[in-house]
Design a protein around this ligand. Structure first.
Ligand SMILES: [Ca+2]
Ligand SMILES: [Ca+2]
Ligand SMILES: [Ca+2]
Ligand SMILES: [Ca+2]
Length: 529
């Protein structure tokens, strides 16, 4: 058979303008054999620059009257002009057409190099504290495919305090990603970055998540410490746990840098994880467990101290949110160094602490350092306790203390009142208590109040139930409160109940049962006769 010959290629319809991305056009490929229209296109090869780049396809279809038809699809080829080659053996023809790159579908914010949402003020960085964040965006087409080679401009929503965005202009990589760096200025502010991309005359912008510029350093007045509850069943039982939480903020009320380490020490039991007696903040707070075990202070009252590096309180006289030095250049913020000629004053110590001495474990929480009672200065490197501060505003160990009761499991009645007539205790398990006036002549309903405590006069454990499981010839309205709440109140808890005689004023009795969360039961018998 005669060899096949490829004739002049043409598009149907003719391409007068660039073929937009994701559009198709038919390509006609005439083929002859010995001058006559061929009936087959055996050995036909179709290629193009865009096909080679993976951004276009050429698919052969039907053949009729000596013309092979192929479908060309522009999948967003960014070469501008494509050259198509059709060949059979030694015969080949080319045709070119203009192609448009894909339009930008969207500019998406894909993430920040900092784990939280904040970076710290310029000059206040340090370990774990970042003064800049790399923000990454992705430019995609309508098919959500990354677009390479797109020009992107970056701008911040504010440049206050010398905040910078660098670079201001970049080009997307092969996957459509593009990044810029935000570096903090000297003024705290929220900021977002817009990325603006332009292609085919179309401009689309994307916005980053909000980033907060803060000092990242906690201030004493914002340090908060709490326990899930304050009376735990630890007087007699080991291994009971309660969560101790500390929350921090900087002087603007912004979260501190993630990973700020808070140290804990305790007068009794154990505190912290197996790794260390500390936790690292996330979103401004972190918590540790306090675990019941020896040492147990005799009075059952356990002080827990938390301390963390931060800044001392000050009075913001000029309202700029920062500690201001006299005669210093605007924007200068001494975080460690003193003010050469003095600065804003400390608060009145009766309102809140100002210039602080050393933190100490205050075993009786009276605010007085008493080493003979077990009060100890922290951190450990402090061999001598310094009561007074250094006279200058700056970094210090912020501190907070709470007291958690290691409550005993045995209940004692320390007081019983019958319509205001009270008798004291303590009465132990099995005690029998007369209830005057609830039986016999002129009997009537009696309001009783009982005070319950553990052996130290401290509240019974949180969650202890106080109920009347049985009553004979009289009725007792539900005890109020029927459960012991979270409290550290010295002297225990008071519970009310109303005793109603039966209609005959017959002698009767009832049992008051106290059951701790760990199942320890104490019972008292009340008798009316
Ligand atoms: Ca100020
Ligand atoms: Ca104590
Ligand atoms: Ca003390
Ligand atoms: Ca100081």
């Amino acid at each position: 058979a005669a060899p096949l010959t490829v004739g002049t290629l043409s598009f149907n319809p003719e391409q007068k303008t660039a073929l937009p991305a994701f559009n198709t056009v038919a390509l006609n490929i005439p083929i002859t054999s010995a001058g006559q229209p061929a009936t087959v296109a055996t050995g036909l090869s179709l290629t193009s620059d865009c096909v080679g780049a993976g951004t276009a396809t050429l698919v052969a279809g039907a053949m009729s009257n000596g013309v092979q038809v192929a479908t060309y699809t522009n999948n967003g080829c960014s070469l501008g002009r494509d050259v198509i080659t059709a060949s059979i053996g030694n015969s080949s023809q080319t045709i070119s057409l203009a192609v448009s790159p894909a339009n930008i579908g969207s500019v998406q914010f894909s993430g920040s190099s900092v784990s939280g949402t904040s970076i710290v003020l310029k000059g206040s960085g340090g370990e774990g504290r970042s003064e800049s964040a790399q923000l990454t965006f992705r430019v995609v087409d309508q098919q959500n495919k990354g677009l390479a080679g797109v020009e992107v401009d970056f701008a911040a929503t504010t440049y206050t305090g010398g905040l910078t965005v660098n670079p201001r202009h970049a080009t997307t990589d092969a996957n459509g990603n593009v990044s810029t760096m935000v570096s903090s200025g000297t003024i705290p502010t929220p900021v977002r970055v817009t990325a603006t991309a332009t292609r085919n005359g179309l401009t689309i912008a994307g916005l980053s998540d909000a980033l907060t510029i803060s000092t990242g350093l906690p201030i004493q007045r914002s340090m908060s410490m709490s326990a899930d509850h304050y009376n735990i069943e630890g007087g007699d039982i080991d291994g009971q746990r309660v969560g101790i939480m500390v929350r921090l903020a900087d002087q603007y009320g912004n979260p501190v840098s993630d990973g700020t380490t808070i140290n804990f020490v305790t007068e009794g039991g154990a505190v912290g994880s197996s790794a260390q007696g500390a936790c690292n903040t996330k979103d401004g707070g972190c918590s540790v467990d306090l675990i019941t075990q020896n040492f147990r202070p005799k009075d059952g009252r356990v002080t827990v101290l938390a301390f963390v590096q931060g800044i001392e309180n000050f009075v913001d006289l000029n309202g700029d949110g920062q500690y201001t030095c006299k005669g210093a250049a605007a924007g200068y913020q001494p975080l460690v160094g003193p003010c050469p000629s003095g600065g804003e004053p400390f608060p009145n110590p009766s309102d809140e602490p100002g210039d602080m001495g050393d933190p100490f474990l205050d075993t009786n929480l009276n605010g007085v350092y008493e080493p003979a009672l077990g009060d100890r200065p922290f951190p450990f490197k402090n061999t001598t306790f310094k009561e007074k501060g250094d006279g200058e505003w700056g970094m210090n160990y912020l501190r907070s203390s709470i007291e958690v009761i290691f409550s005993g499991s045995d209940a004692f009645l320390t007081q019983v009142c019958n319509e205001g007539d009270c008798v004291g205790g303590p009465l132990a398990n099995g005690a029998v208590i007369p209830v005057a006036g609830a039986a016999g002549a002129s009997c009537q309903a009696r309001n009783l109040s009982v005070r319950l405590a553990d052996r130290n006069g401290n509240p019974l454990p949180f969650g202890t139930s106080v109920t009347v499981p049985s009553a004979n010839k009289l009725s007792v309205a539900a005890v109020s409160p029927a459960t012991i709440n979270s409290t550290t109140t010295s002297g225990g808890t008071v519970h009310l109940m109303t005793v109603t005689p039966d209609s005959a004023c017959a002698p009767g009795d009832f049992t008051l049962q106290v059951k701790t969360p760990q199942g320890k039961i104490t019972e008292f018998k009340f008798i009316a006769n």
